[in-house]
Design a protein around this ligand. Structure first.
Ligand code: ADP
Ligand code: MG
Length: 644
């Protein structure tokens, strides 16, 4: 967080802290308290929904687990607050791990359904396990004691405020760390995450567990806040409301979570009181009009795109004045608002405003010193240092890869000499990319063996293989689009972090050191491929050729012994290709072995020490580039095939 934001956050917190002095009406204090409690849950839900891109309809259930852990511990044991808070967090985090299990197997609508079932089962369990939870009767809980004295309304409000602020800091730190980058990478490209050594499997579980921990804390505070809990609070409606809050407020934003929490707490009030509804509907219409005008002037959006939302909000405002009573219309208005958000505010309110302000964060706002790049002279490294050249780094024997009846690889042998650039060529569909996918664990070969640096690759996970020293790029670029170029590379540097979640939350010296090194090294790698100036640009905004270079830099971040490049020159302009050739040479000179799939024959001829030729999944030739080029079978394969 930069200084300005920090200042505003501190100011806002200070203002919130004074609320109990301004009003003697405990109704408002309680309302803000509820908003803050929901915000804690939404910070966590945003990790799953906003960052990893999974859907969870199980969070009301997790909220319930947190509440009931508190209720039961108090009722059965009279446990004190300092014990109840960590227990509620821990128990709920455990349930989060359970919820993560389906997330590993299914995605999209199926995941939504499974998490919904999870939430429902929790609610039923709370209802039925009367011996523990008192069932539908519910549990009464007084306000907790702190340092020997029982907290009153105000005291508890400040406790909630303090814990909300603490959660905000911790979540923010987690999401800005290597953990947050891992979560975000999952959403951007699961395949690329795995191939950068960031196990999709592990980090999905991790995201759900952390997220559940916050739901547990929120549930705990909710019990004390309401002083009475019963099963039907934690229902379907609440879970949908939570999801809506994250989306409406704006995903990947703490401010969005706070805004979302405010909306879902205020919405019922808003839809109860016609006077307030009129004010709010008119304000939204005015905001939309101004926002739309700014957007059009700044050429972010077109008048046409803005027409419907502006007319819609104006109509809603007019409608609010035409209405005599709001009660009959509550659900319809609620439904309309959801539709509006889904169609026009896909990035939420915060995202919408950010879009209008539209500017790239400067390096210093990201906390980056561009001069750091100079500090990392040895940006390109090989794990264990460059080893003796000449022996075989990778040996594949009789590799068979069958898709149904198709033999994409038909008993291929391949030996890659350490320190060489090994070309892999052949007509389209001859099995080159399949070979890379087999080498990196994306496919498990039907038969055959692959040894890399003396160890078998077959059957190991992609992330494990990546960490053992094989890095790659993809034929169809697989970047983490919503992350900056520097962050993309830092995902590749994930292996250089030993710090755990505690280090991250406390900003321990170990974490700070690792984080600084990762920034320097990341900038060094960006400089290596000539992208240092674009450190804070989102990867998706880069031109195609630069995206390919970024992918190479990200792969280098793994400190690989072997680098697989799948058609790196495809779609590049001639000057870009010249630059690419120089970069690949430099990579080899650093002692990294390269397998190069390429259609541009001049690139292959210029760079490769050895070339293997595939055709219909079989190796038909191998040797020095010039020999292979003169080979009868190769010429025939290319002439018979589509393109060279
Ligand atoms: P290349 O990279 O040499 O152009 P590929 O390795 O991508 O070729 O493809 C080789 C053959 O394997 C093609 O016929 C392709 O359709 C097939 N293939 C590749 N991946 C799959 C898959 N996951 N399922 C079915 N067929 C596949
Ligand atoms: Mg291919």
């Amino acid at each position: 967080m930069n200084r300005k934001n920090l200042f505003f956050a501190a100011l806002a917190l200070a203002l919130l802290a004074t609320v109990p002095f301004f009003t003697s009406n405990s109704y408002y204090v309680h309302m803000i308290e509820t908003i803050m409690i929901y915000a804690i849950l939404l910070f966590g839900l945003d990790i799953v929904v906003g960052y990893t891109g999974q859907v969870s309809l199980g969070h009301a259930g997790l909220f319930g687990v947190g509440s009931y852990t508190t209720g039961v511990l108090f009722m059965k044991m009279g446990a004190p607050l300092w014990l109840i808070i960590p227990s509620s967090i821990a128990v709920t985090a455990g349930f989060g791990a359970l919820l993560a299990l389906p997330a590993l197997r299914v995605t999209g609508p199926y995941l939504a359904m499974v998490t919904l079932a999870f939430g429902t089962i929790i609610q039923i369990l709370i209802n039925e396990m009367t011996f523990l939870t008192e069932g539908p009767l519910g549990i009464k809980i007084p306000k907790p004691s702190l340092f020997g004295s029982q907290l009153d309304e105000k005291g508890f409000y400040w406790l909630v405020l303090a814990l909300m602020a603490l959660s905000l800091v911790v979540v923010h730190r987690i999401l800005r760390s290597q953990l947050g980058r891992a979560f975000e990478a999952l959403r951007g490209s699961p395949v690329a995450s795995d191939c950068m050594g960031v196990s999709v499997y592990r980090y999905k579980v991790y995201a759900f567990v952390i997220s559940a921990g916050f739901a547990g804390l929120a549930g705990c505070l909710y019990s004390y806040s309401e002083q009475y809990i019963s099963p039907n609070t934690y229902n379907f409606e609440l879970t949908v409301l939570f999801l809506l809050a994250v989306i409406m407020g704006g995903r990947k934003s703490r401010l969005g979570s706070l805004l979302g929490a405010t909306i879902i707490v205020m919405l019922p009030l808003l839809l109860d009181d016609l006077g307030i509804f009129r004010i709010v509907a008119s304000s939204i219409a005015v905001l939309m009009l101004v926002g739309g005008a700014v957007g059009v002037v700044k050429k972010i959006t077109t008048p046409r795109a803005m027409a419907i939302p502006i007319v819609g909000t104006l109509a809603l405002a007019a409608f609010s004045f035409w209405l005599d009573s709001i009660t009959d219309w509550r659900l319809s208005i609620f439904g309309l608002m959801i539709l509006f958000v889904v169609y026009y505010l896909q990035d939420g309110i915060v995202g919408f405003v950010r879009g209008l302000l539209l500017r790239r964060l400067t390096a210093s706002e990201y906390g980056i010193e561009l001069s750091d790049a100079a500090a990392a002279k040895d940006a390109v490294r090989v794990a264990g240092g460059a080893l003796a050249q000449g022996d075989d780094l990778l040996v594949a024997r009789q590799v068979l890869m069958q898709f149904g009846g198709l033999k994409a690889l038909n008993n291929v042998d391949l030996r890659i000499q350490r320190g060489s650039i090994h070309g892999l060529i052949g007509p389209n569909g001859s099995g080159k990319s399949t070979m890379m996918n087999v080498l990196t664990g994306i496919y498990v070969p039907t038969a055959g063996s692959i040894e890399f640096a003396g160890r078998s690759v077959v059957g190991r996970t992609s992330s494990d293989i990546a960490l053992s020293g094989i890095a790659r790029t993809f034929q169809n670029v697989q970047l983490f689009g919503e992350m900056t170029t520097l962050q993309n590379i830092q995902v590749g540097l994930h292996h250089s972090f030993d710090s755990n979640i505690l280090d991250v939350a406390l900003h321990s010296p170990r974490y700070l050191r690792e984080d600084r090194l990762a920034t320097e090294r990341g900038l060094g790698l960006l400089r290596f491929v000539g992208l240092a100036e674009l450190a804070t640009e989102d990867a998706r905004n880069l031109p195609y050729g630069k995206q390919r270079l970024l992918e190479i830099a990200r792969a280098l971040a793994l400190d690989p012994q072997l680098l697989l490049l799948d058609e790196p020159a495809a779609g590049l302009t001639a000057p870009d290709i010249v630059e690419l050739i120089a970069i690949i040479r430099k990579i080899r000179d650093h002692g990294i072995t390269v397998i190069l799939i390429e259609h541009h024959m001049d690139v292959v001829m210029e760079l490769c020490d050895t070339v293997s030729v595939l055709d219909f999944g079989q190796k038909i030739a191998e040797g020095k580039p010039a020999e292979v080029q003169a080979d009868e079978k190769v010429i025939e394969a290319y002439l018979g095939g589509t393109a060279a």
